[in-house]
Design a protein around this ligand. Structure first.
Ligand code: 9MR
Length: 460
């Protein structure tokens, strides 16, 4: 291990900064507040609910919500107490918002969005382009008209919710099951070809530049032919600059399709491509200890991947699940917490189920700041979990021949290859519970614009 005090293995000599620019601090704070990252709902103690425990780990914990249950008191109180993010289960789908061409009806979706905003919850958008729940008029269009309709649909829906959705499932389930790795037949695929996915993402970026744009699918949770095909697409998109920010792993599990042994490995390999990963529709059929163990394993896998930014379960209560007879959720039909709930809360470091809670924890997130032709600046935000911490450490890995040529607001050390930087605080690393700080660095591209990857945050 080569140790350097303030500067990395520089091959060039850009300017160095000794402290974070105040505007950067303000900007980050405003951004985090605006995105609702730290917003918690409910009145329970910190880290005694799913949402607050996940927030302590720098993640959101959400649920699918159906507008027609928002009048049911225990449904709403469970939602409001436990969850920090919502996904409309059906209300933002094409058939719900544009059943007639260019005539948009947002009533039910707006109801969910309004409720969530009133409670400080984040909102996932689901979904813009999908072969299912697609009105007949769309499938009847010829190619040119279909392209226009697809882009209009994306634009109108995203602009209606502009600035209010943290992540959108832009394209859903576009790949076939099985070993072919092929795209699924759909009106979009059949008439527009493979390029429809890329076009949808480009249109989405233009419509709401602040939203994270996700590709979302099922049976892609482990390493298999289908996830390999999605991986190849994401890699190609990143290489060609097609705007994609995240991949959603639906994670619908049962005894025939259990949590794969390589779940974490699979999440990590996608994260290593430079996208966030999100668990978007989690449910696990079963009961008792075995269901609880599986749920705990999913949460642990997400927490082990620093770019796994959040988990959404596909419903509040078993009684309204799309596969209710499999009792796949965290609350039973009477809104009683199941063993699976306890396992999730414990895995999140929560304090409601005998875990003790309050363990030192932190999380990290990366964003690119200014970019020049030869280099770019990166910012890493370090956020303490539900307890105060006295220090933190994380790694930043760049892709050779990239080099980190300057750092600020932290003390770096380097691996022998010079491309893995371990960053610790300058002096006092104390952070109050939930508080953030940031450090920065300059990456000399040397031909590669690849984003750096972060290791886990270690708190002390
Ligand atoms: O949970 C949704 C259910 O109420 C709908 O009837 C169904 C229609 O296809 O869609 C369900 O949600 C799906 C999601 O939108 C995409 N991934 C699979 C989910 C479960 O089928």
């Amino acid at each position: 291990m080569v140790t350097r005090t303030s500067i990395g293995p520089a091959s060039a000599s850009p300017r160095r900064h000794s402290r974070t620019h105040p505007a950067l601090v303000f900007g980050l704070t405003a951004l985090l507040a605006g995105a609702g990252v730290t917003a918690l709902s409910g009145t329970a103690d910190a880290a005694s609910t799913l949402g607050s425990a996940a927030a302590g780990k720098g993640r959101y914990f959400g649920t699918a919500v159906a507008a027609n249950h928002l009048g049911e008191t225990p449904y709403v109180s469970t939602l409001d107490t436990e969850f920090g993010s919502v996904t409309p289960e059906n209300e933002m789908k094409w058939d719900a918002v544009e059943s007639t061409r260019n005539s948009f009806t947002f009533g039910a979706a707006d109801q969910i969005v309004g409720h969530a905003q009133g409670k400080g919850m984040k909102i996932r958008g689901h979904t813009l382009v999908w072969h299912s729940q697609l009105p007949g008029w769309v499938s009847g269009l010829a190619a040119g008209d279909l392209r226009t309709a697809m882009n209009n649909h994306i634009t109108q829906v995203m602009q209606h919710y502009k600035g209010q959705i943290h992540s959108w499932d832009v394209v859903n389930e576009a790949f076939q099951d099985g070993s072919s790795g092929a795209r699924r037949s759909s009106p979009f695929q059949d008439k527009l070809g493979n390029g429809f996915i890329e076009e949808a993402f480009r249109t989405a970026r233009a419509a709401d530049p602040a939203a994270k744009l996700c590709y979302n699918d099922y049976n892609t949770d482990g390493v298999n032919a289908k996830s390999n095909a999605v991986y190849a697409m994401v890699k190609d998109f990143k290489a060609r600059g097609v705007p994609i920010d995240c991949v959603g792993f639906q994670s619908h599990f049962n005894s025939a399709s259990p949590v794969p042994g390589d779940y974490q490995t699979n999440l990590q390999r996608f994260a290593d491509l430079g996208v966030d990963v999100q668990i978007t529709e989690l449910d696990i059929e079963g009961s008792g200890t075995s269901q609880a163990t599986s749920y705990g394993n999913v949460v642990k896998a997400c927490l082990a991947v620093s770019r796994c930014t959040g988990i959404t379960v596909w419903g509040v209560t078993d009684k309204y699940s799309w596969r209710s007879s499999g009792t796949p959720l965290l609350f039973d039909g009477n809104y009683t917490k199941k063993p699976a709930y306890d396992a999730v809360l414990t895995a999140l470091g929560g304090s409601g189920s005998g875990s003790g809670g309050g363990t030192a924890a932190c999380s990290v997130s990366y964003s690119k700041a200014t970019e020049w032709s030869d280099r770019f600046n990166g910012t890493v935000t370090v956020t303490a979990g539900g307890s105060a911490i006295s220090g933190w450490s994380t790694t930043v890995t760049v892709t050779p021949p990239q080099k980190i040529s300057a750092t600020w607001n932290g003390t770096p050390t380097w691996d022998s290859g010079g491309n893995v930087m371990t960053m610790k605080p300058n002096g006092n690393g104390t952070l109050a519970a939930g508080a953030s700080t940031s450090f920065g660095f300059t990456v000399m591209k040397n031909g590669s614009g690849a984003a750096p990857t972060l290791g886990a945050c270690t708190a002390s």
